[in-house]
Design a protein around this ligand. Structure first.
Ligand code: 3HC
Length: 291
């Protein structure tokens, strides 16, 4: 293995300018990497830039970061809709687009065609394991999951998950990259949908939804119990609103596609909220009202 696995990593391209993608990119830029945030929609890219600027302004005003560090990070960032132009310069790609296997496979095949030979292609997905996209490329040994947590600017954990074809060098580089951006990476030994943290969270969420749907307690009270009895920073319903009820729904659907087990399907109340467009904080309403 190489002495310094990060030797070749200077340029990171993040695909997807949603809450996750944009914050992952910001973390990389703050750590000194030239970083792109790419999305198909100009509107998404503009919104990401605006939200990151206001988040960083707040951090500066609260003395958490210096103006110099923040300005230097934005200097290193490119907000773009030209994915191929960015990816052609990338040493490491982190895909944080929609949780849809067909789209991801297409994105990986196209990235494989334009990225330099040495570029590692990682997906931030926690439910679509990288072996399901690796065979859309000619470099399965350079494909893995690198899974961040929401909000990515704050949460320390990053799960690095190899597929059976991922090389030890790729794992080593992904672990080193995560450390270099101030995260505490956790290395999985094999693929499993949801990985470690979301499996733990999923068990809690499933039980919370069951208690609510069985009429045992209101969702607000279940949240109170999680916070005051277990010292969780947020209750499971508040957390769903932050992560996005659409994300929760699509994760369960993707899990069902893989397991075929009806127990994997989204809970009834989640399906209703998803169909009503009540996605949580991002849509102004989910379990709670944010208007
Ligand atoms: N983006 C960036 N930074 C944020 C943020 C956000 N959405 N929300 C909060 N912060 C930061 C800010 O710096 C904020 O300070 P500020 O309001 O003065 O700017 C600081 O955190 C403190 O925030 P709050 O006072 O609002 O509240 P908390 O002290 O409770 O902290 C929290 C917020 C860090 C989000 C905390 O509640 C927490 O840790 N919650 C649990 C998060 C969690 O479980 N995440 C994992 C989700 S699962 C996942 O991501 C997997 C994926 O596959 C779906």
């Amino acid at each position: 293995m190489s002495e310094n696995p990060l030797q070749q990593i200077e340029h990171v391209t993040v695909i997807g300018a949603g809450a996750m993608g944009s914050q992952i990119a910001m973390v990389c830029a703050l750590a000194g990497y030239d970083t792109d945030v790419v999305d198909i929609a100009q509107e998404a890219v503009d919104r990401a830039a605006e939200q990151l600027h206001s988040r960083m302004d707040r951090d500066v005003s609260k003395g958490r970061r210096t103006r110099e560090d923040v300005d230097a990070a934005f200097e290193r960032m490119t907000f773009s809709t030209d994915r191929d132009e960015c990816a052609a310069q990338a040493d490491f790609v982190i895909e944080a687009a929609v949780e849809d296997l067909t789209i991801k496979r297409q994105v990986f095949a196209e990235l494989d065609a334009v990225c330099p030979e040495h570029t590692i292609l990682a997906t931030n997905s926690s439910n679509i394991v990288s072996s399901r996209v690796a065979d859309a490329t000619n470099r399965p040994e350079k494909v893995c999951n690198v899974h961040f947590f929401n909000p990515a600017l704050v949460m320390k954990c990053v799960e690095v998950v190899p597929n059976p074809a991922t090389s030890p060098e790729t794992v080593e580089t992904a672990m080193a990259l995560a450390r270099s951006i101030g995260k505490e990476p956790v290395q999985l030994k094999k693929e499993v949908p949801g990985f470690v943290a979301n499996r733990l969270l999923g068990a809690l969420r499933t039980e919370a939804l069951k208690l609510y749907e069985d009429g045992v307690a209101d969702y607000e009270d279940i949240d109170v119990a999680a916070k005051t009895a277990l010292n969780h920073p947020m209750g499971p319903f508040e957390l769903m609103d932050m992560v996005g009820i659409d994300v929760v729904y699509l994760i369960r659907l993707a899990e069902y596609e893989q397991t075929g087990d009806p127990a994997s399907l989204p809970a009834e109340s989640i399906r209703e909220k998803y169909e009503a467009g009540e996605y949580g904080r991002k849509s102004g309403r989910g379990w709670y009202d944010y208007e």
